[in-house]
Ligand binder design. Structure first.
Ligand code: ADP
Ligand code: ZN
Length: 621
């Protein structure tokens, strides 16, 4: 059986090897066992049920809450020559009839369905007359009330065990924590399931956090090298989403807002453009579930902080599902700390829930300030220990310096105390640096012993101290007093000189690089024309078929074509991502493009653009 699975992997999908745990999960399903599959986004969960579906006797039911994802998967399967369909509210009655006819005729291998639809008596009756091979429950964390995506319909899925006895069920999710995992097993009534827990590392994503100085300038510098790449920019509010999208357009980017306040038609039009065209940037509010499953998103930029490490992981996880290099970039500063702390304190949620939110927020803030490998810290949060530093995060690439901030912290804390714990950071810093303002005059603060005692540091450095003292809870924000800084009990030993405090030195803003480095995952300059030609070919085919380009071939597949320069269908078939059906459907046009670009003699130096040094920069990624 597993030989046949490997054959399908090769012939249908065009891949040579299973990824970690895929073979094991497939084996469990084929043996009729229940299974729980935990893999990060992009880990390759779909193959775990699709391959058993192709080998099994009967139809595989795939339960998914996200209608857009369903459509995407079905389109991708059709391109592989697999008979798949979905049943959901977007179908008109005749299309629906058609799907049901194919189902009853035993023509379908996979049927995607939303939980609320499945649970309707009519649907259950219909399925009672069909032979089921497997039930895959995607996004299985939706059954957990602890998680952020709870869907009551998922709770009813536990009954499938009785409704379809003997049909193995496979629950899949990218949510990692132990509590959610346990709730999935009980909530879905899985029968002594085999557990396949993959690493949650996303090695192709580079994590970078900058201290905010001028967010727009910083973003522009980041985007300068990414003009033709797809990405998502997250902002806190809807208003900021709108403004940022407008501003990006004015800067020459193809940016589109995406939020719940847009009319449905505008939203789906923007989504469609993001999926189908190259280089579209979506601007969306934080935590806005998008249900967009685009594998070639190259960057995620957070202009504001998400609300927890989980949300950060989930949002950045939308980048680089295709395994190609991708960036998770964020700016963060004192204002975020103050605002988020205030928001939690001022919220009307029950105290118990506020306590959890505080813990989660603190974990995120602490992560922003780490002075050791960010990836290790991120994985440790999900209870995954990683031995080595990653070499692919900002901390690894340029380790931050720390400085002995004991005296500075004492000055700041006593200044907060002397001014009566009634003022925010701006005023406290004015007093420290000896700046006379109407407010210092009004409160006679230049008479204080702490006025001007901090002249040795500039205001930016003081902001960094305030931020880190807040994160470490030597200070807190008084929500009832408009964000006034207040000492906590932890401040006392520090003020008395009983402990020493080292703080992170904020990195200076990087100078705009003179030499433009190739954007992440870009091809060598000499291959640029071929790359463009292959992408144009892909776009033409995709438009004809009415599917997004990546459904035809992923970037990685095009890149491999450039490397290997296949000249025959046999050679093309060896490229990863080229299976039998795709070869037959559109191998020829790609071969035609490739034949127009004969490979350069490798012994000759590549005629590269002099300002770019592809070899020197390659190991940056
Ligand atoms: P998930 O559902 O876990 O987020 P997907 O199933 O969408 O991930 O897979 C992510 C990408 O990895 C897809 O483009 C898929 O075709 C590709 N992929 C999956 N398994 C393999 C494999 N064994 N070899 C190469 N690519 C794979
Ligand atoms: Zn690292």
């Amino acid at each position: 059986m597993m030989d046949q699975a490997a054959k399908i992997l090769r012939e249908v999908y065009g891949y040579t090897e299973f990824r970690a745990l895929q073979a094991e999960a497939i084996e469990a399903a084929l043996a009729g066992r229940d299974a729980l599959v935990l893999m990060p986004t992009g880990g390759g969960k779909s193959l775990c049920y699709q391959i058993p579906a192709l080998l099994g006797n009967g139809v595989t039911l795939v339960i998914s809450p996200l209608i857009a994802l369903m459509q995407d998967q079905v389109r991708a399967l059709e391109q592989l020559g697999v008979a798949a369909a979905f049943l959901n509210s977007t179908l008109d009655p005749s299309a629906e009839r058609d799907v049901i006819d194919r189902l009853l005729a035993g023509e379908l291998r996979l049927l995607y369905i939303a939980p609320e639809r499945l649970l309707k008596p009519g649907t259950l009756n219909l399925l009672a007359g069909v032979r089921l091979a497997l039930i895959a429950i995607d996004e299985a964390h939706c059954v957990s009330q602890w998680g952020h995506d709870f869907r009551p319909d998922y709770l009813a899925l536990g009954a499938l065990r009785e409704t379809f006895p003997g049909v193995p069920r496979m629950a899949l999710t990218a949510t990692a924590d132990a509590r959610t995992r346990a709730e999935i097993v009980t909530g879905l009534a899985l029968d002594n399931p085999s557990r396949f827990v993959g690493s949650f590392d996303r090695p192709n994503i580079r994590y970078t956090v900058h201290v905010r100085t001028d967010a727009r300038r910083q973003l522009l510098r980041f985007l300068a090298e990414r003009h033709d790449q797809a990405g998502i920019v997250y902002c806190m509010t809807r208003r900021k989403v709108e403004q940022t999208a407008e501003w990006l357009i004015s800067q020459g980017f193809d940016a589109l807002p995406y939020h719940a306040g847009l009319p449905g038609s505008a939203r789906s039009a923007n989504q469609e453009r993001f999926l189908r065209e190259d280089g579209v940037v979506i601007v969306a509010p934080i935590a806005f579930g998008m249900g967009i499953d685009k594998p070639d998103v190259r960057f995620i930029a957070h202009l504001d902080l998400p609300k927890s490490v989980e949300s950060y992981y989930q949002e950045t996880g939308r980048a680089g599902r295709d395994g190609e290099p991708a960036e998770a970039w964020m700016v963060y500063g004192l204002a975020d700390v103050v605002r988020l702390r205030q928001m939690v304190d001022a919220s009307s949620a029950p105290e118990q829930q506020k306590r959890i939110e505080r813990i989660k927020l603190d974990a995120l803030l602490g992560w922003c300030e780490v002075t050791a490998c960010r990836r290790r810290a991120l994985l440790a949060y999900f209870d995954e220990q990683r031995e080595a530093d990653c070499g692919n995060c900002d901390v690894c690439v340029s380790p931050p310096k720390t400085w002995d901030a004991t005296v500075a912290a004492q000055k700041l804390l006593s200044c907060v105390f002397r001014t009566g714990q009634r003022f925010g950071a701006v005023h406290v810093i004015d007093v420290l640096t000896g700046k006379t303002t109407p407010k210092t005059e009004q409160h006679r603060h230049h008479d204080l012993s702490t006025f001007g005692i901090g002249e040795d540091l500039d205001a930016g450095k003081w902001r960094s101290v305030v931020r880190q003292l807040l994160v470490r809870r030597f200070l807190k924000v008084d929500a009832e007093r408009y964000g006034a800084l207040v000492l906590t009990p932890e401040a006392r030993p520090l003020l008395r000189g009983q402990i020493r405090l080292d703080l992170r030195e904020d990195a200076a803003a990087p100078k705009a690089s003179r030499t433009r480095r190739p954007a992440t995952g870009a091809v060598a300059p000499a291959d640029q024309p071929l790359w463009e030609a292959l992408r144009a070919c892909r776009k033409r085919i995709a438009d004809e078929l009415g599917v997004p380009p990546y459904v035809v071939f992923h970037d990685a597949t095009l890149r491999e074509m450039i490397e290997r320069r296949p000249r025959s269908t046999g050679e093309l078939l060896e490229v990863s991502g080229v299976g039998q059906t795709k070869l037959e459907r559109y191998g020829d046009p790609f071969l035609a493009v490739l034949s127009e670009f004969p490979a350069a003699d490798p012994r000759l130096p590549a005629s590269s653009d002099p300002v770019e040094e592809p070899d020197a920069t390659r190991d940056l990624f």
